[in-house]
Structures are given as C-alpha cells and as structure tokens.
Design a binder for this molecule. Sequence first.
Ligand SMILES: Cc1ncc(COP(=O)(O)O)c(C=O)c1O
Length: 351
Amino acid sequence: MSRPTLLSIDLDALVHNAKLCQSLAAPSRFMAVIKADAYGHGAVPCARALRGIADAFAVALVEEAVELRAAGISEPILVMEGLFSADDMRHIVEHKLWPVIHSRHQLDYLSPEHHGTPLWLKIDTGMHRLGIEPEKLPQMLSRIRELGFSDITLMSHLGDAENPDTALSQRQIDAWQNITGQHSSVTSLCNSAAVAQRSVPESSWVRAGYMLYGGQTTPNPLPLKPVMSFQSAVMALRTIAAGETVGYGGRWCAQRPSVIATVAAGYADGYPRSAEDGTPVNIGGEIAPLVGRVSMDMVTVDVTDLPGVKIGTPALLWGASPTIDDVANRAGTIGYELTARMPPRTPRTYG
Ligand SMILES: Cc1ncc(COP(=O)(O)O)c(C=O)c1O
C-alpha cells in the first residue's frame, strides 16, 4: 500500500525520555505507565525498549497485563483498575501481577491462599475517583493483614499535579503526608507532572506515563523527545479565489487568492476533528495553518506562502514540530487523548 499516512514510533526517544524521568525521580523507583497500548504507542514494543530502565510497568486492565506476559515481559506489572471479579484475581495470581485495591468490595475477591501477592492499596486523598477514604485506612489494613497479605504499598493519585499550588493539590499533598506519617510503608504518588515539577513529597515509586512519550506537563518544557510522529503527504493542490471557502460547512473563507494543499490524514486516521483553523501543520519542513474542517480522511492546509509545495511533499501532523501538545491545544483536548485514540487504520512503524 502506498498511502503515506503512518505513525513513526521512535523507541530511542522513548528510552531517552525514560532515562530523564528516572534521573529526575531518583531515588524513587521508576514504574513506566504503558496502559492503553502505551498511550497508543504499542505496549509490547515500548515495554521491550524500556527493559532494564523501568523497574516495573503499570497498566489499567488485567487483559493489558496478560498481553505483556504473553509477549515475554517478566518485570512486575501493576494493574491500576484492580479487580472486577474473583476471576481477575485468578489471572493476577497466575501471571504474578500486582493488583490495586481501591475499594472495600474488592476484598471479597481475595482469599488467604493468595497472600503472597503484593497489593497496592489506593487512598483517595481528594481526587474522588478511586481509593478508600483516609479514615478507613486502619480498618482496611487490618482486614488485609487478617487475610494474610503483608506486602502492601500505599498509593494515591494527584488530580492537578500540573499545578502544585492549587487548593486541590495542597489538600492532596497534606492528606498524603498525614497518611504516610502515620503508616510506615512503601508508597507511590507521583505521575509525570509531579516528577517534572519536583514539588511533591518523595515516595518509593513514581508512576510516569505521558512524559515517556515526550509529552510536556509543565510550563517550563523538559528536554524530552517526541516518540510519535504522525506523518503523511500532500495528495492534492489547488488555487482558489478570494471569497471561496474550503471544506465541510465552508468554515474557512479565503481572504486572498490561496493555494490549498490536501493532506491524506483525517479524523478516521486519528487527527482530531475539533482542530480549529490555524492549527499548525508541518508541510515540507515549514509550518502552515490548517484551514477548514477536518474530514474523515483528509485535512486542508493553506500553503499560499510556501511556493515549493508539490504533490507528495511530506506533511507532519505532529511530532518534533508541531508537537502533540501544540495540536492538542488547538483542538480543545490533551495529547494523552490524541495518542491513546489512534485507530488501527493508521499503521505504526518502529525505529
Ligand atoms: C493512577 C495513575 N497513575 C499514574 C498515571 C500516569 O500519569 P501520567 O501519564 O500523567 O504520567 C496515570 C495516568 O492516567 C494514572 O491513572
């Protein structure tokens, strides 16, 4: 097939970012979050590339962990949504996974014969999504210990780690310090933004995802490398008169005679339909503005100021420039959503 639309995944960039994360997080141990198919980058190739750097991996679902085990990944794997049933616990034990216990009802899926399994106990410090209330922690811990489990890590998750000074962050950090002050335990709190900010109390483990893929989570960018490059090429060119519109609904209207390049990548390939006029697209090494609504299979770009553009000129939808965060900002979303939602239609190549 010769349609030029593809995702190029740079595993050297992943390794570079992971080493940076590891050095920022030290002396904490480094858990690489590779749920949702490594945020759309391919969980198995990413896990293989991160061997020897990551001390453990984290996924959301038991199924994701089983896929990694089937591919020969033998490092510890944390399953962050934990158990939906007793059957999940059977898979956890069989594949030597680490389950997160975030609710009282999940204790019903544990039995004393599983006591050798390490448990991560999630505490709700204020995000109010998953986790047990801090005041119920002593009771939970004694119930877990009664069942015979002794290898217990306390974890929580920050709802606004990008902004460590907000009331929410401060409340969560205070609650966390209170808990870890009372219970001596192995602990885990920080995600990418908390690692990047270095403003959150140290814990035994960090759980970092987005920064591994080159995503920025703080106003002062870290020297991260983009892992995913969304590439395509110009498939058609036309000149339109001032006053003509481009694409569905005629959203964009030319203010001057304009050259419009049609690029072979649309929302069915993973480019966000919500991208607004002016979203940067790299055409042959230069940035030009997206104009008109994103179609299912194509986008249109104003290349009037780029006279060298031809059929076949390479287009970069995101990667080094524009970055995924640049595009996400212009599409009313976050880079996490863009990479995690890349459809199977868009082939991936690894380098
Ligand atoms: C519980 C938990 N820990 C860690 C992470 C990693 O976060 P990030 O990708 O921002 O580093 C996530 C991601 O959503 C998460 O849900």
